[in-house]
Write a protein that binds this ligand. Structure first.
Ligand SMILES: NC(=O)c1ccc[n+]([C@@H]2O[C@H](COP(=O)([O-])OP(=O)(O)OC[C@H]3O[C@@H](n4cnc5c(N)ncnc54)[C@H](O)[C@@H]3O)[C@@H](O)[C@H]2O)c1
Length: 331
């Protein structure tokens, strides 16, 4: 018998649950919309007043998502936005989508995650579920994030039992801004809690707006799965970038080669060479793992080598462009 948990479960089942999404950027805004579209009541929280003003006016600052989405949200009485963290006291579920950049020296910057954890802790109440979505190294949810929530709660002399009166989970974001073939609602979502109740409750919340939700063994499995996905891409992109430089000097077109190799129906996935690594994820996330690996005495050699090769590509492309232009007498 657990009244706080039963109450939260009933709210999720009836779609009466109130969900706050903190950080209304590339990840948070489409997620907030997907849950709203699934029938939940959503409060968007961002510390950038310009974003709040824009959403209140029905204007989208993320052009690929369109003004129609922002207008729909602005007109609804199930969606609201604020810069005021005190309003977290109103909600049953808090989803955290704040940035996780790198500091100088490729050191993870968890300050956004930790500050947000403290703010949540200060308004924590029985029956609340908190889910971290920001990409990070395995162990962050249990250590740094849960620790920050606890510190915030103790600032206000709030004393609640984790796993009994409130729950914490991790659910990685697989958003690919601008991709037409998938949306937040159609990309399968992994969920792993600090305990099995947290996993189950968080999965119930995401099922309101996301077609396929996969419950995994722990928050650490969910955190590591996201990093694995991005390391896999970074390493494969580096591999074709290296092949490009070698095959070019052999007079062979890498694009013809990849198209030919991709006719194999198994065991090969096409990755394409290019001058840079786009997006917020691939140039950053792998270094979260390599930093953490160093702390426990491992050198993440694939990650470091992939980074070295990929970061050299802009220079390689510039050099080849200069050579091609001077050959044609354009320089
Ligand atoms: N962009 C992507 O394609 C993508 C994909 C998967 C995962 N991620 C991960 O998701 C997380 C968020 O990335 P994003 O691309 O949405 O970032 P973003 O910069 O687009 O958005 C972050 C938002 O958080 C707000 N914010 C920052 N600090 C805050 C605070 N203390 N309180 C409230 N709001 C705050 C910012 O104003 C901004 O609106 C990162 O961990 C990123 O690695 C991003």
């Amino acid at each position: 018998m657990n009244d706080a948990r039963d109450h939260l479960e009933a709210l999720i089942a009836s779609r009466e649950v109130r969900i706050a999404v903190i950080g209304l950027g590339y990840v948070g805004l489409p997620l907030a919309h997907a849950l709203y579209a699934g029938g939940a009541r959503v409060l968007g929280v961002d510390n950038d007043p310009a974003k709040i003003e824009s959403l209140n006016a029905g204007r989208n600052y993320l052009k690929h998502l369109g003004d129609a989405m922002a207008a729909e949200l602005a007109a609804s009485d199930r969606f609201d936005v604020t810069t005021d963290f005190e309003r977290l006291a109103e909600v049953d579920v808090v989803l955290v989508c704040v940035p996780t950049p790198l500091r100088a020296g490729r050191v993870p910057d968890l300050s956004y995650v930790e500050r947000t954890g403290v703010e949540i802790g200060r308004r924590l109440h029985a029956g609340q579920l908190v889910v971290l979505e920001s990409t990070t190294y395995p162990g962050t949810t249990r250590r740094e994030f849960a620790g920050a929530i606890e510190a915030g709660a103790s600032d206000r002399r709030i004393s609640l039992r984790l796993g009994q009166e409130y729950w914490i989970a991790f659910s990685p974001e697989r958003e690919d801004p601008g991709r037409k073939s998938h949306t937040t609602a159609s990309i399968p979502k992994l969920v792993g809690g600090l305990d099995t109740e947290a996993t189950r409750l968080a999965a119930g919340v995401y099922r309101l707006g996301i077609k396929e939700v996969i419950e995994v063994e722990s928050a650490e499995v969910a955190e590591a799965a996201k990093i694995l996905e991005n390391v896999y891409r970074a390493v494969n992109i580096a591999m074709v970038n290296e092949m490009k430089t070698i095959l070019t000097d052999m007079g062979i077109n890498i694009f013809d080669v990849i198209r030919a190799a991709a006719t194999k129906p198994f065991g090969f996935e096409a990755f394409w060479p290019g001058p840079g690594l786009g997006g917020h994820c691939i140039p950053i996330d792998p270094y979260y793992l390599s930093w953490r690996a160093k702390q426990i005495g491992h050198e993440a050699r694939f990650i470091e080598l992939a980074g070295e090769i990929n970061h050299a590509m802009p220079g390689y492309v510039v050099e080849r462009t200069i050579a091609a232009l001077s050959k044609r007498g354009r320089l």
